[in-house]
Design a protein around this ligand. Structure first.
Ligand SMILES: Cc1ncc(COP(=O)(O)O)c(C=O)c1O
Length: 440
């Protein structure tokens, strides 16, 4: 093992002189587990990435989700370069590329009849709330503990609340996730534990006149890929439909990652609104909100303001279309999910053989290894807390990164795959894991 971090550490020292905290996002900081320093990337290619110290990694982080085709996918890069060189990077005017990209998404997702583009998942989620409130003429949002829907003031609550402050499980108190978020916004939120049909039903029935929308990650990707209990999302769909409440699937992470028709296709549910980002543009900063004609017509008629200088720009809309053409090639998801399952099953087998309780959650393309017996696999945030606190994941991660396997550092993150991953990548990760788990 010849793992070095000297140059990354030097760059981190330098970065701290100018960049707040030395990083561009908190998820890349030592406080998120990147010790001794963030990894400073030199370049990526396919499923591999190289850092400034010359370390080569197999990348199971894939930019947090967007790199669904791996690093520098040729068809997407070619299309984007062609657009920039032949046409331009920004018009803030209408153009044909946005039509092609929006047509593709509407064709692939039956719940989406109309779409608008945006630039980040956080921003698309804000649009969804405005639409839901305008449509229902109600205000409150039901959100679930442990989910992440971006960093904006009105929703960045109760993502990882300290349990001593968060109140009873049956009636969680909304807890802001950052200083600077106005306390008064708590009045617009109803926080619930996920995967609890009875509590959702009780809450909706008793407060339906206040509730504009329910927002959920359909698979809890921001908490280790916890799956919905059978019937939970279906019940959510029925309850919202019967009570004039907009159902928002936040598919920023799951969209075009878990399947070509996203998580809503896997669970055969049509939400009213869907937020998309990450994988839709293969590494370029596109996001979108889509939904049925009735709700989206509020934008068309001008009742709901929807602006943005960079929306639908030619760079990202080229990237969306080129990415989706690649993703719809036969066998892409079958292959990626099968490789991911092989890795997940292999990790569990190794951990159990070496004497650790282990199981995995999620689907092949996004999953997590949990160091607990399958019967203790968490179903919501509160059942995950004791496991998060006692997990040996940080040591496991250290063993992996030192052997060239790059993954997010925390138990509540995920292993993410791309269509560029190969059988050899899986075998290499399993060999590294054998050593890493022995070192726990
Ligand atoms: C489910 C979900 N929603 C929203 C967001 C926010 O997206 P962005 O980081 O593009 O603002 C994320 C980001 O990780 C996410 O996973």
């Amino acid at each position: 093992m010849s793992y070095k971090t000297v140059r990354s550490q030097t760059l981190f020292q330098e970065a701290q002189r100018y960049l707040a905290g030395g990083v561009g996002s908190g998820t890349r900081a030592p406080s998120s587990g990147w010790v001794p320093s963030p990894v400073y990337v030199d370049h990526g290619e396919g499923s591999h990435i190289w850092d400034v110290d010359g370390n080569e990694y197999i990348d199971y982080l894939v930019g947090g989700g967007p790199l669904i085709l791996g690093h520098r996918p040729q068809p997407v890069i070619d299309q984007v370069c062609h657009t920039i060189q032949q046409r331009g990077s920004l018009f803030s005017l209408a153009h044909d590329l946005e039509i092609e990209a929006s047509r593709k998404i509407c064709q692939l997702l039956p719940s989406i009849q109309k779409i608008r583009f945006d630039n980040s998942g956080t921003s698309a989620v804000q649009r969804a709330f405005r639409l839901a409130r305008a449509y229902t003429r109600k205000t409150k949002i039901i959100r679930f503990e442990g989910h992440y829907h971006g960093w904006a003031d009105q929703i960045h609550w109760s993502n990882r609340p300290p349990l001593e402050a968060a109140g009873r499980r049956n009636a969680p108190r909304p807890i802001p996730n950052s200083n600077g978020i106005p306390e008064i916004l708590a009045e617009t939120l109803i926080v619930l534990p996920w995967n609890d049909i009875d509590l959702l039903e009780k809450t909706i029935k008793s407060r339906k006149n206040e509730i504009a929308c329910v927002i959920t990650e359909p698979i809890l990707g921001n908490l280790g890929g916890i799956m919905p209990k059978p019937g939970f999302l279906q019940a959510m769909r029925q309850l919202t439909q019967e009570n004039d409440i907009v159902l928002i699937f936040d598919e920023v992470l799951t969209g075009f990652r878990v399947a070509l028709n996203c998580a809503q296709g896997l669970f055969k549910i049509k939400p009213d609104l869907t937020t998309l980002a990450k994988a839709i543009a293969g590494g370029f900063p596109a996001a979108a909100i889509g939904g049925n004609d009735e709700i989206m017509s509020l934008i068309s008629c001008g009742d709901v303001m929807y602006g943005g200088t960079y929306n639908s720009n030619p760079v990202v809309t080229s990237a969306v279309a080129a990415t989706l053409y690649e993703l719809e090639k036969p066998g892409q998801y079958e292959r990626m999910n099968a490789l991911g399952e092989k890795l997940a099953n292999g990790l569990v087998e190794i951990a159990q053989r070496l004497g650790h309780p282990a199981c995995w959650s999620g689907v092949g393309a996004m999953f997590q290894l949990w160091f607990c017996p399958p019967e203790e696999l968490p179903t919501d945030y509160r059942s995950a807390v004791p496991i998060l606190k006692s997990s040996p994941y940080a040591k496991f991660w250290k063993g992996l990164i030192q052997r060239g396997i790059l993954v997010q550092p925390r138990q509540d993150n995920l292993f993410l795959l791309s269509c560029a991953h190969t059988e050899a990548d899986i075998q290499a990760a399993l060999s590294a894991a054998e050593f890493a788990i022995k070192e726990i």
